[in-house]
Design a protein around this ligand. Sequence first.
Ligand code: G6P
Length: 368
Amino acid sequence: DATDKGEFRHYMMKEIYEQPKVIAACLEGRISENKVLTDCFGADSSFLKNVENVHIVACGTSYHAGMVAKYWIEDLANLPCTVEVASEYRYRKVAVPKNTLFLTLSQSGETADTLAALRKAKELDYLTSLAICNVPSSTLVRESALTLLTNAGAEIGVASTKAFTTQLTALLITAIAIASEKGALSAIKEAELVNSMHSLPAHIDEALKQDVAIKKVSERFANKHNALFLGRGPMFPIALEGALKLKEISYIHAEAYPAGELKHGPLALVDEDMPIISIVPHNSMLDKLKSNLQEVAARGGELYVFADKDAELQNAEGVIFTEVLKVDEILEPIVHVVPLQLLSYHVAVVKGTDVDQPRNLAKSVTVE
Ligand code: G6P
């Protein structure tokens, strides 16, 4: 029952722990053993073949999911993709290239700016509109030509968690479907990706086992007033999401930067009072990120590093290392946001804020 917290103190924690189950529900019927099942987009999935550009529009956490999808769509399908917050999109003149898919993301399907953006897009010359949404009866679903439901179940905590990871799952399905239908992805590569996706629920389950370790880290963190999150590639939007979670529920001022931008400004803020949180998956950008971390350490900054064991990082003077699970690169944004959700949750609990109902925020912003 969605309104029952069960064994948990807060809805947010319950929803964090529901992620293995709801991600499985999001994958159900959308992938076979080695392929994405394109009929999950409805009877007419011809847009997958015809699409030449993608415009993604959303707000808040949903916008961050869209930012991750840009990396996947450009990488897997080799199609240009832009991502924009709905409150900007709705008020500007937009150039729409031929055969562009208009893609909205929304947990509630009732966000005023996202609905206004969809209504505007319908006046423009788009190929079609697809909504990735959690609420089947929502206005966004009703007004969009196509829908892919995230199947996360009711989300009650204002800080979005399971809605985000299921949006990412649905976006990965979409990116693979487009790439496959456009001939940008070999059957072998598609099978590899789909195989990885089958292990997502188990990986998230495993990631949740770091809860106790992250709770410990959060105790050191709760007296801070500022924090800087760093990430590279698709982990940059995850850094943004980590910073947003921390602001929303613990009221700690937090920003996120692509790690390579550190030297273009934020480095000036780094001292012993400015903790840096970095998610460093073991990918091709690891060495670059390690050198960014050295820049921080050299200035006395306290580093909270989340990395897998192959990254060969460890606790050191000023470095607080938390091991995260090693997963296939494509899954990293989905799996590695979990430790950041847990971190913000535990910091908020230590600070004694109202985790499920943070001040000044609404679950769904239905008026402008
Ligand atoms: C509000 C919520 C956020 C959410 C955003 C977009 O700001 O507090 O958690 O990400 O709206 O909501 P949507 O329902 O469109 O995803």
